[in-house]
Design a protein around this ligand. Structure first.
Ligand SMILES: O=C(O)c1cc(=O)[nH]c(=O)n1[C@@H]1O[C@H](COP(=O)(O)O)[C@@H](O)[C@H]1O
Length: 236
């Protein structure tokens, strides 16, 4: 259930309230140029059927539901994601070692095993947000700690900001995947994101995959915005 032909790092976040605009945009995109992410808004609105529709169009799907629960519940949810044939699924690394290990173990029982990724510190958070929840440390320090824990649990990589990728590669090695939202092309609106880099800067940092939502989906011509980003990366 993976598309061996996609060598682009771009993952387009289809954050839409219904299936129609998500599918309409997907039909304008090329599965050899990008993958697609289905997140909480779209999945909660329309359910797993949209995943199947997008797969039928030839796309690899990152199911971004950021599971965070007791080990048994999280593991079964990750297993259900595997049964949907998705390419990648994620959990919150702050759910801890036992939760992540249970999820990994559950996937090992499955015939189709998606990449399993741990979310470190949300890219919308900065130091003051961490202080609010009792973490008096810099985001970078917490990201490194959670990346090491995620690797210990046997997951494939982490979600982090592109700003932290160099540090994670040093700590966890070059094979450990880095999936980076908080991508903002020069001149685009930052919105609620805080730890951001441009697509080109993210590529220079060596990210494995970059997740891009509103700079593409809210553009006047989303397909052209996506193509422009992909071309700017492959031109390097
Ligand atoms: O796991 C994610 O995908 C994720 C983690 C994170 O730390 N930050 C983050 O923005 N995301 C997701 O990445 C997408 C970013 O979208 P834009 O900010 O519109 O580019 C959204 O769908 C978020 O839910």
């Amino acid at each position: 259930m993976t598309s061996p032909t996609c060598d682009s790092p771009v993952v387009v976040a289809l954050d839409f309230p219904s299936a129609a605009p998500a599918i309409e945009l997907a039909q304008q995109l090329d599965p050899s140029q990008c993958r697609l992410k289905v997140g909480k808004e779209l999945f909660t609105s329309v359910g797993p059927k949209v995943v199947e529709s997008l797969q039928t169009l030839g796309f690899d799907i990152f199911l971004d539901l950021k599971f965070h629960d007791i080990p048994n519940t999280c593991a079964k949810a990750v297993g259900a994601a595997a049964d949907l044939g998705v390419w990648m699924v994620n959990v919150h690394a702050s759910g801890g070692l036992r939760m992540m290990t249970a999820a990994r173990d559950e996937l090992q029982k499955k015939s189709h095993q998606p990449l399993l990724i741990g979310v470190t510190v949300l890219t919308s958070m900065e130091q003051s947000d961490l202080a609010d929840i009792g973490l008096d440390i810099e985001p970078l320090t917490q990201v490194e700690r959670l990346a090491r824990l995620t690797q210990t649990a046997g997951l494939d990589g982490v979600v982090c900001s592109a700003q932290e990728v160099g540090l994670i590669r040093e700590a966890c090695g070059a094979d450990f995947l880095t999936v980076t939202p908080g991508i903002r092309p020069a001149g685009s609106e930052q919105g609620d994101q805080r730890r951001v880099l441009t697509p080109q800067q993210a590529q220079q940092q060596g990210v494995s995959y970059m997740v891009i939502g509103r700079p593409i989906t809210q553009a006047k011509n989303p397909a052209a915005a996506c193509a422009e980003i992909v071309q700017s990366l492959s031109a390097r």
